[in-house]
Write a protein that binds this ligand. Structure first.
Ligand SMILES: CC(C)=CCC/C(C)=C/CC/C(C)=C/CC/C(C)=C/[C@@H]1[C@@H](COP(=O)(O)OP(=O)(O)O)[C@]1(C)CC/C=C(\C)CC/C=C(\C)CCC=C(C)C
Ligand code: ATP
Ligand code: MN
Length: 309
């Protein structure tokens, strides 16, 4: 599936209908991410359609710096993509995929800022290939993934029950927890893809952490797996788990029909960390992969937690 339009849309071009556009977004979500698609299948129709539209917008943004034509992406490409985003928020779709986004924006009051922040995260990928400290990496993770948490939370909604307590003046919104789940997912993704990224000349693990474990950039590029590496990886996994724990606390505040999907997405993604450990931290030669059966096995415990926590 080609995610970027090949031609500029002329004013006379007839765009896809709303239903066609959502159907395209559904198919792309299903093709690119079984984990998130499975999560959306547990939501109401309106919510899941909006999440598919957002997924496709995020996937297209990511493809600009990560996809097959990434070598042609410049700052100007991202500036144009940001202009297209402004058009979508002004209710003017520029291509078939935008149609669903414009419709989703009519149903949910999404803020444009997280979308802009994600594009800024992609600019970081153009400008730098190393992160000195964890604080630097955390900003990157907020931009490319914490933002997804903010976007999704608006669609999923919070439980109105929390606003009915006599002392409550507003309904609490688990913003920090939503960002934490994005960061946890991104850290997991970074650990899974260490080898692939190194082959593309990119190191996301903070250099200060490499130094702490006396493991050099050269070791990483050569894929050296020894006790230093395993200790470094255990440290990274523990850090990701802290973000997952913070995220867990926010799920109870979400609208009841969103809790199961989010618990499932959390458990399914976190499983990747278990697989990395089962693979003896070899993220250089093998991709940590959670088989579909194991993913399905996560669904009943996720339901249980969604009901009782
Ligand atoms: C179930 C649900 C609500 C899912 C949200 C689905 C969604 C809109 C996902 C967008 C994902 C996307 C394409 C982002 C672009 C940047 C990127 C690639 C980020 C990485 C995602 C993983 O994708 P994948 O494994 O396919 O990676 P590869 O490209 O294959 O390498 C990320 C790791 C980020 C994903 C972050 C989230 C899904 C945020 C999760 C947070 C919430 C749903 C908020 C929950 C609320 C509370 C209160 C906890
Ligand atoms: N950038 C891409 N270009 C083309 N196809 C892709 C791309 N990314 C993923 N895919 C397709 O999507 C499928 C699933 O991708 P992936 O390896 O991310 O696993 P997944 O089962 O979707 O898990 P997750 O939901 O955790 O990402 C792959 O088999 C691949 O065919
Ligand atoms: Mn994927």
């Amino acid at each position: 599936m080609l995610l970027q339009p090949t031609t500029t849309v002329s004013p006379k071009h007839v765009l896809a209908s709303i239903d066609e556009s959502y159907e395209c977004c559904r198919q792309i979500t299903a093709k690119y991410s079984k984990t998130f698609y499975m999560g959306t299948m547990l939501m109401s129709e309106a919510k899941r359609r909006a999440i598919w539209a957002i997924y496709v917008w995020c996937r297209r943004t990511d493809e600009l710096v990560d996809g097959p034509s990434a070598k042609f992406t410049t700052e100007a490409t991202l500036d144009d993509w940001e202009s297209q985003l402004e058009s979508v928020f002004a209710g003017r779709p520029q291509d078939d995929y935008d149609v669903a986004m414009v419709d989703a924006l009519e149903h949910f009051t999404l803020d444009i800022q997280p979308f802009r922040d994600m594009i800024e995260g992609q600019r970081m990928d153009l400008r730098c290939s190393r992160y000195e400290t964890f604080e630097d990496l955390k900003l990157y993770c907020y931009r490319v993934a914490g933002t997804v948490g903010l976007m999704s939370t608006v669609v999923m909604g919070v439980d109105p029950e929390y606003g009915t307590a006599p002392w409550a003046t507003t309904i609490p919104c688990p913003i920090d927890e939503a960002i934490a789940l994005g960061i946890a997912n991104q850290l997991t993704n970074i650990l899974r893809d260490v080898g692939e990224d190194a082959r593309r000349g990119r190191i996301y693990l903070p250099l200060e952490d490499l130094e702490l474990f006396n493991y050099s950039e050269r070791d990483l590029i050569n894929g050296v797996i020894d006790e230093r590496w395993r200790a470094l990886m255990r440290f990274q996994i523990q850090r990701a788990l802290k973000f997952y724990r913070e995220a867990e606390r926010g799920i109870t505040l979400l609208s009841p029909d969103a809790r199961w999907p989010v618990w499932s997405a959390l458990m399914l993604y976190r499983k990747i960390l278990d697989v990395i450990a089962e693979n003896q931290y070899d993220v250089f030669n093998r991709r940590a992969f959670v088989p579909t059966v194991r993913k399905l096995l996560c669904l009943p415990p996720a339901l249980l937690r969604a009901r009782v926590l």
